[in-house]
Design a protein around this ligand. Structure first.
Ligand code: 5GP
Length: 217
């Protein structure tokens, strides 16, 4: 990160954690991918999970796929910023890559559920920006889950049943988006990111910058 030594230099900034949560099928993964493609200052937190790898998923890119024993060892060693049980499988966010990205002035995107979001909130409220994504309707949510066709039918049925529970957590989030139109939802998350980057307390280099302005050099 650069210090503001001349006009036009970026002002030193502290990164934040951008959490996106939603019921499965509300479009969160697609929105996340687009955000990451378009924003070089945003980096993805890759979670560890015990759930089986789906076709097309890549070890280390989509998840760190680990055995229950390996996951338990990571818990014991204190490697997780947060971890939770979701649909009978374990998921957790390793904190080391997140710490490194934030220290480097990057913002970190998390695709985690409400349980993980609560844990991050308890640990680092000031560095958390949370967004909940709702589907436009239940029938559309169901259509998207079936269209995905990557999970067995009983998994889809379980996820539909859980969607209603998950959606009840919307009041715990800073922002809520109804994903009617993909491009519009991406623009809305980008607007949130832009505004949150401009928050005074995140622009830690402002004091030095204003001193430089006032010196009139
Ligand atoms: P999926 O198995 O479909 O990739 O994810 C299932 C759910 O687990 C999603 O709601 C996703 O947000 C959540 N999830 C993924 N990684 C993590 C994590 O590291 N921590 C928590 N708490 N939830 C996660």
């Amino acid at each position: 990160m650069k210090t503001p030594i001349a006009n036009g230099q970026p002002i030193q900034r502290r990164g934040f954690m951008l959490v996106l949560s939603s019921p499965s099928g509300a479009g969160k993964t697609t929105i996340s991918r687009r955000l990451l493609e378009r924003d070089p200052n945003l980096t993805l937190s890759v979670s560890a999970t015990t759930r089986p790898r789906r076709p097309g998923e890549v070890q280390g890119r989509d998840y760190l796929f680990v055995t229950p024993g390996e996951f338990e060892a990571m818990v014991r060693e204190g490697q997780f910023l947060e971890h939770a049980n979701v649909f009978g499988q374990r998921y957790g966010t390793p904190h080391a890559p997140v710490d490194a990205a934030l220290a480097g002035g990057q913002d970190v995107l998390f695709d985690i559920d409400w349980q993980g979001t609560q844990q991050v909130k308890e640990k680092a409220r000031d560095d958390l920006v949370s967004v909940f994504i709702l589907p436009p309707s239940t029938s559309e949510l169901e259509r998207r889950l079936y269209a995905r066709a990557r999970d067995p039918e009983e998994v889809v049925r379980t996820r539909m049943a859980r969607a209603s529970d998950e959606m009840s957590h919307w009041p715990e989030y800073d922002y809520v988006i109804v994903n009617r139109d993909f491009d519009e939802s991406v623009r809305q998350v980008e607007a949130i990111v832009q505004a949150e980057r401009l928050r005074r307390e995140r622009q830690v280099g402002l004091g030095a910058f204003v001193r430089w302005l006032r010196e009139g050099r």
